[in-house]
Ligand binder design. Structure first.
Ligand code: ARG
Length: 475
């Protein structure tokens, strides 16, 4: 993850002077400083903050706004901060107001006056809008890589189970036969859409660079915003400085893509929880991905999947936080917007954690095809095929439906399955029944006969895997 591996948990007294010295007659109350400070959660953007400052200062030099010597000093100082960050020698001051303040003040302490010139023609408002985009761009790329791995894992499992017949469900009632591979591949398609949503969100995040918007109204300095935008990997600078500092759509879009992905993982989790229960026993999870009970010696619990289901609600909360935070604030920047980071970082971290765990769990899961087949044999999931058999022999479908329904009711009363009826018994319901009915309602026939495009057959599952892999390769 593109995060600095430190967590600042406690806030200490003010160590650094505020940036706005001059206007105020006293230092900020330490309680206000603690309340105001965002360093404990925005310090993870330090690399992006430095990246932005390197480009901003280079541009100031190119435009003759600061001297070449200042640019050199600033770059040397910023690189030394980066080096210390990477070696672990950098101490983040938990009392700094935010990461932007911390970097500027650390730089000034190291290189003197040149450091004080870094912020020329810039505000923390355009700076934070930039840093967050740069940070989330990397986070999104990382999540996309993890989603791809999960999709590939699903494809591998689906390939092995492409012909395991199991009951497909509607209303959690056995409905029609499908293959386990087909059921699994449904999740591959969902995740492929998640990937697309994240790519769309990232493309818009990278379209317009807010740097150079200033506090809200641009600046009188002759900035080259096209240069900074290009250097920082954006298509162009944003064309409206007010929008530049007050837009957080990119957080909301990524948050929505993450929440949707969590929803998919949660549904998969719910199915896994059902499948590994004694009631279903369609799969066995690897012991390394389950937990036990402190009192019940027999227990093997699917905690991982339950946690994913639980954490989904929390990620919805993050998205809701962002939406509600933005809905009533006037243009341009308002401090409310500082709340964006904890919400979107929590969403990113939560999905990261879930994907990190669910993929190996799925890779090591063992499907139990005999149990799936046993379940498929019960529950009259071949009833539609029985009705279709009569329809193909000339009976109108609605009549065939009713006739089969009557047979199912009689079978339930006699504790039998349709295929256990003798041909004479079949014929009591319709003369159209012949010896070939047994083949027609055989589970494998029922499943493999569903040859319509996108159906549950082995061939269709293999085709889906091919299509999904093709799409992944073209990304
Ligand atoms: N820490 C602030 C944030 O995350 C940075 C921008 C502060 N701007 C200001 N005018 N106070 O939003």
């Amino acid at each position: 993850m593109p995060t600095a591996d430190f967590v600042v948990t406690t806030l200490r007294r003010v160590l650094m002077p505020q940036l706005w010295q001059g206007r105020a007659s006293k230092a900020v109350d330490s309680r206000v400083n603690d309340f105001n400070s965002s360093i404990r959660f925005d310090a993870r953007m330090i690399e992006q903050d430095i990246q932005g400052s390197l480009v901003h200062s280079a541009m100031l030099g190119r435009q003759g706004i600061i001297s070449a010597q200042d640019v050199e000093d600033i770059h040397k100082g910023l690189h030394s901060i980066l080096d210390d960050l990477h070696s672990g020698a950098l101490e983040i001051d938990p009392a700094a107001e935010d990461v932007h303040t911390f970097v500027e003040q650390t730089l000034t302490a190291r290189v003197g006056d040149a450091g004080k010139r870094l912020h020329t023609g810039r505000s923390r408002n355009d700076q934070v809008a930039l840093d967050l985009r740069l940070n989330l761009r990397e986070a999104s790329a990382h999540l996309q890589g993890q989603i791809k791995e999960l999709i590939e894992t699903i494809c591998d499992q689906a390939e092995k189970s492409a012909d395991y017949v199991m009951p497909g469900y509607t209303h959690l009632q056995r409905a029609q036969p499908v293959t386990f591979g087909h059921q699994l591949m449904a999740y591959a398609w969902m995740l492929l859409r998640d990937l697309g949503r994240m790519q769309d969100a990232t493309a818009r995040m990278n379209a317009e660079c807010p740097l150079g918007s200033g506090a809200l109204a641009g600046t009188t300095y002759p900035l080259d915003r096209f240069y900074t935008a290009k250097e920082l990997g954006f298509d162009a600078p944003c064309a409206n400085s007010i929008d530049g500092v007050s837009d957080r759509d990119f957080c909301i879009e990524l948050g929505a893509a993450i929440a949707t992905c969590m929803m998919h993982l949660s549904r998969l989790s719910e199915e896994i929880i059902l499948w590994c229960s004694w009631e279903f026993k369609f799969i066995e999870l690897d012991d390394a991905f389950t937990t036990g009970s402190s009192i019940m010696p027999q227990k093997k619990n699917p905690d991982v999947t339950e946690l994913i289901r639980g954490k989904t609600g929390r990620v919805y909360g993050d998205l809701n936080t962002l939406l509600v935070m933005m809905k009533g604030i006037p243009l341009a920047y308002d401090k409310d917007m500082q709340e964006d980071k904890e919400a979107i970082f929590d969403a990113v971290d939560t999905l990261e954690l879930c994907l990190r765990t669910v993929t190996p769990m799925l890779a090591t899961m063992t499907p139990l095809p005999a149990n799936m087949r046993r379940a498929a044999a019960k529950g009259f999931i071949n009833a539609t095929d029985c009705a279709d058999y009569l329809t193909k022999k000339g009976m109108p479908f609605r009549d065939a439906y009713k006739c089969t329904g009557t047979m199912v009711a009689a079978c339930i009363a006699a504790d039998k399955t349709l295929e256990e009826l003798t041909l004479e018994e079949f014929k009591q319901y319709s003369d159209l029944f012949e010896e070939d009915v047994y083949k027609a309602i055989d589970l494998t026939t029922c499943c493999e006969g569903r040859t319509s495009y996108g159906g549950p057959t082995k061939a269709s599952v293999l085709k889906q895997i091919e299509l999904v892999k093709e799409k992944l390769a073209n990304q």
